[in-house]
Design a protein around this ligand. Structure first.
Ligand code: SF4
Ligand code: SF4
Ligand code: FES
Length: 235
């Protein structure tokens, strides 16, 4: 479907605008404009002032997350054939807007770094590498694929209200990814870091995070596992 589309985009330049406003672009996508990101590129070619992030175009870098017709997603993974004639694009909800579709992700990445997203293991490393059994490696499936796009945390009301205190679904998915890694030796330290009324327990199991993840991941399940571990702590 390559009919004419009307695309409303929230525009906001804090240096010039008193408040955000909507700007409409009328575009007839060509056959090469398969994805929403392609169409954004076409808009950019006629209005270079439009600001948005993008890099890989392949659903890997996580930089072009935005709110598309009311649902968070990646522009490069959104097929134009699946969108209606009228499209509304907004920046990720709940995050401060820097300009147009670009949001400030400082709190998001602060929470991500707070869970120490790297292996902790002070034991003398083996000569070649720290091996895992296939079963141990399987534990990481559904966790390691996260591209930190923030679609989930931006859809989470608990994160909107407490971005400084609640780690949020993306950070907690990654916290669990390192907790279950057989090569990591900091499980107790990681659980200590999360045992707090806000950091994990602010999750209200609303499940928005699961609905919007463009990689099909389940942060709510990871949060549930962490909660169970905290409830039945032996480390
Ligand atoms: S399940 Fe928890 S983390 Fe996910 S959106 Fe709901 S409150 Fe947020
Ligand atoms: S869990 Fe999914 S939605 Fe959340 S940051 Fe990772 S890839 Fe994005
Ligand atoms: S541009 Fe990299 S995920 Fe979309």
């Amino acid at each position: 479907m390559n009919s004419v589309r009307s695309i409303d985009v929230v525009r906001y330049d804090p240096d010039r605008d008193a408040a955000p406003h909507m700007q409409r672009y009328t575009i007839e996508p060509g056959h090469e404009d398969r994805m929403l990101l392609d169409v954004l590129g076409r808009i950019k070619s006629i209005d270079e002032t439009l600001a948005y992030r993008r890099s890989c175009r392949e659903g890997i870098c996580g930089s072009d997350a935005m709110n598309i017709n009311g649902k968070n997603g990646l522009a490069c993974m959104t097929n134009m054939n699946e969108l209606p004639q009228h499209i509304v694009l907004r920046p990720l909800p709940g995050f401060p807007v820097l300009r147009d579709l670009i949001v400030d992700m400082t709190d998001f990445f602060r929470q991500y770094h707070s869970i120490k997203p790297y292996l902790i293991n002070d034991e003398t490393p083996p000569e070649r590498e720290r091996l895992q059994t296939p079963e141990e490696r399987d534990q990481l499936d559904g966790l390691y694929e996260c591209i930190l796009c923030a679609c989930c945390s931006s859809a989470c009301p608990s994160f909107w209200w407490n971005p400084n205190k609640f780690v949020g679904p993306a950070g907690l998915l990654q916290a669990y990814r390192f907790i279950v890694d057989s090569r990591d030796r900091a499980t107790a330290e990681r659980l200590d870091n999360l045992e707090d009324v806000y950091r994990v327990f602010r999750c209200r199991t609303i499940m928005n995070c699961v609905d919007v993840c463009p990689k099909g991941l389940n942060p709510a399940a990871a949060i549930g596992h962490i909660r169970s571990m905290l409830a039945r702590r032996t480390v």
